[in-house]
Structures are given as C-alpha cells and as structure tokens.
Design a binder for this molecule. Sequence first.
Ligand code: PEP
Ligand code: MN
Length: 561
Amino acid sequence: MAVQLKLVNWEAKKERTLVRVGDRIIGGEKFVVIAGPCAVENREMMLDVAERVKRMGVTMLRGGAFKPRTSPYSFQGLGEEGLKILAEARERTGLPVVTEVLSPEHVELVAAYADMLQIGARNMQNFELLKAVGEQRKPVLLKRGMAATLEEFLAAAEYILVRGNENVVLCERGIRTFSDHSRFTLDLSLIPVLKTKTHLPIIVDPSHGTGNRQHVAAMALAAIAAGADGIIVEVHPEPEKALSDGPQSLYFEQLEKLMRDLEVIAPVVGRQLDLSYKPVVPAAWVKVSPLRVAYQGEPGAFSEKAVFQYFGENARPVPQATFREVFEAVAQRRVHYGVVPIENSLTGSIHENYDLLLEYDVAIVGELKLRIIHNLIAHDGVRLEDIRRVYVHPQAMAQCHLFLATHPEWEIHQVSDTAGAVKHIKENGLRDAAAIASLDAAKRFGMAVLLESIESDPRNYTRFLVISAEHVITEKANKTSLIYSTPNVPGALLRTLKVFADRNINLVKLESRPIAGRPWEYVFYVDLEGSLEDPTIAAAIEEVRQMTDFLKILGSYPASP
Ligand code: PEP
Ligand code: MN
C-alpha cells in the first residue's frame, strides 16, 4: 500500500523549495558543492581543509563531530569539541557548515554550532530524531537509508516537514544491492523520479556511494547531468592517515579538478556552479541585501536566468525595457550590477552592447555562459496547425532559423524580448499565435510548450557580461577587456597586436565596430588572457596606449569556462 504523503508532494506547493543555509541557497539555479573531511579530526586539519576548499569555490563545509561507526572500537568523533572547531572554520571562511546529529538529545547542542543538521543514512528512520530536527529551525540534510525505498525516504522527510521545518534537502548516498564492486550502489536513477514527486532539493554523495576516491568524480559528473542540485564529497589533506573513510576521501588536487569539470558541464545542463568567489562584490555592498541586478526583458527572460545563475536567488533582478536602460541604471548606481548578453555561439556578437560599453562609464566585473534552449510556446490546447503567426525576438529568430524555415506560412512578429512574447500572446488571448522562449517563460505565464528545443544547433550558448559602476579586480581575474582606436595608417592595428604577441599574451577575441560620425573608422574590442594586476599585462596595455588615439580598459574579471 502506498505511504501517505502530503507536504513533500508537488500538490502541496507549486514552487520548488529553496533551502537557505546561511547566505547560500540549495535547490536554486546554482549547483552547490559541499566538501570536507568525513570527520573533524583536529583543529589544524579542519581549518586547513576549510581554507583550501574555500579557495576552490566550494559552497559549504562538511565534517562529522558525532560519527556513526560500524565498530564501537572505531573513532567516534570529537563531539562538542569538533562542533567548536567547525564553528571556527565557518568564522574564518564564511562557509556554512553541515554536520551529523546522532540522537535527539544532541539536536539542540549541534544546532547551536552548525548551520545545517545532517541525518545519516543509518538514522533515516529514527523517528524520534526526525521529530526533533523537525521541531527546530535549522535546515536538515536527510540522507537516504541504505535500504530505503523512494516512498520511505520521502516519508522520513514528511516527518520533518509536518513538525514545521520545511528546510529539508534530500541526499542520495548509495544503497545496498548485490553489487560488490563498490561500497554501495549510487542510485542516480532516483533523481529524475524524485524531481517529479517532490519540490525538495536533492543532492548526491558520491563519496559514500562509491567508497573509492577513484570513482568519485565520475559519479559527481553523472549526478549533475542527472539533475541533482548539488553534491557532498569527502576530502582530506592526507587520506592515507584519515581516521575514517580515507579510501573514499579525495586529495585536494582531485577536488580542484572536479570543480573545474563541474564548472564546464553545468551550463550544458542548464546550471551554474556556485563559485562563491565569482560575484565580485565591492566591499561596501557585501551587506547590501538584496543585491539589485538590472537586465533587459520581462521576468522569465534568459537574461533574468543569467542573473540568478550568477548571483543566486538572493539577488533581485530589476527588469529594464532596453539594454541602454540597463547601462543607465548601472552608471547611475540605481542597481548594484547589470547583466547583458554580449555574444551568442550561433549568431555572433550583440553589437548594441559593444557600443554601449564604449559609451557608458561602466566596468566589466564578470561573465557567464548560459545554454539557450528555445521552445515553441502557446495557449493550452493550441495545436501546431492552429498557428498563423509567431512572436519572436530577432536573436531567437536567428538561432531557430532552421525550424522557422519549415513553417514559411507563419507571419513573423518581431519583439524585443522572448519572455515578453509569451506575455503578449497570453494577455491578448491569441490562440492562433505562438512565441519562442524559455521553459521558464512558459511556466511563468502559465502557458503550454508545443515543441521543445527548436534551436538550430543544441550547442547554443550566450555569453553574458556582468557590469558595475566600479572597477573591482579579484585575485581570480584572468581575462581583461579593452577598447581602442588606432590612427588610420597602414599597419597601425598590427603594431598594437604585436605588443601582445611579443609578450606572449594570448588574445581571445578581437572585434571591430564603426565609430559613429566618422565613416570607415573603427574601434577595436580586445579580450585577452590575464589580469591587469599582472605587471606584464599592465605594461603591454600602457605601451599600446601610446600607439592609439584612444584606449579604455573595460575590466579584468574571472573568465567563464
Ligand atoms: C557521512 O556523511 O560521513 C556519513 C556517515 O554518511 P552516511 O550516513 O550516508 O553513511
Ligand atoms: Mn564518511
């Protein structure tokens, strides 16, 4: 018989649950990585791990103070001493910490130090413990019992929700099967099924799932592809000497490599890594909440998704009608940042924004890449044959030209943003029309998706720039953008490029734009590898400045993969 569930179901709630842990969010646009040792072994080791993983862009720290061990003779954890060390690691790095609570009597104690309470696999059906964590307000990481069915897993979460604590993150960590090639069988097939059943976030533990550090990265990459909201992994400075779970603990170098691989895969599957160092927030703004970020379009636009992917759901996207208004809002400091598209992998540069970068006094402080999937969206019940016209943004039109060519009979109406197109056919009750936009836009306006993924090539990415009124260069900056114009004489451009070539500086993009009012004269936009903080780069730019009529530094920032 089916287990009765209420609060964890989609029927109970329309929106996915975003679980806030400190200032981090689990279950949003960003894929979270929780890392740390299996157990807190001593202060030095824990602080070392915390500093190291922080620099890699990890979202949260893990570490057990109360350890559930198979043998009573194994290391049982440092108890409250371990909790104090975790709290110190959080103070030093700003990373929220998650740690296991083994029994109801300890809930209050653990909650006094930790930002999130972990219920271990062995305790998934410890109902008194579930009730106890349900009674308090700290978020809970609930691990799947090693023999629990999907329903039993959700029922355990229901115990916590029904006591008033909605902040539950589920964690698949492997189950017992007849397979003996790994410690447990990591059941990734649970993820897509869970997503259809519950609004709660789900993360994956490939460390306990495999029991072998050699296989952790492969399963972590599979987890993000399967739709997980994050991973929790074990890492240790000297895994051979670990007091628990050494064989499955990653070396720092392995975690660093995994972070890089996740960063590359994330945009392909529509996510972004929560690389906490990426939003370059000027010190004065750190406490400003919410962060206001201007973008062009309506809610549901790709640019809005880019805002959430870069800044997380703590940001407040501020819609603007035009790109110029985004630049205005940033330059006048009415918002903290702006996010604008600059280039698409199928259709090339967005020239208007290149021109606005020249005109406005703003700095580039970051960039990100978003995979763009276009869909044909209409009112519920509208069939393909009912459509007479389609509302489409010029960029979307260019990116979907192969599909549109199969419907020459459709009248094309150009609009200024994709989500606005959906809004238009919705509000005007147009049942003979369709819009081309994102799934988010369809959902936002309660519209149906007639056809999914109609872009001409699935490798369709848009690169967005994050702009600010202030130049901020962090240690992660590895790309610099400039604009300059050269005298209209033979070899002038070549001479400037040679300055970079002679210093072994790699140019990653060169774009020219006409200068308004001066026919056949151009400005050049150059993106190069390296940061202005690097003396070689700074010297090269100064040398180029001597050869040019005009040179403007747009910024140094962390390049997106
Ligand atoms: C742990 O996270 O260290 C742990 C004990 O996990 P699990 O409960 O999944 O075995
Ligand atoms: Mn462990």
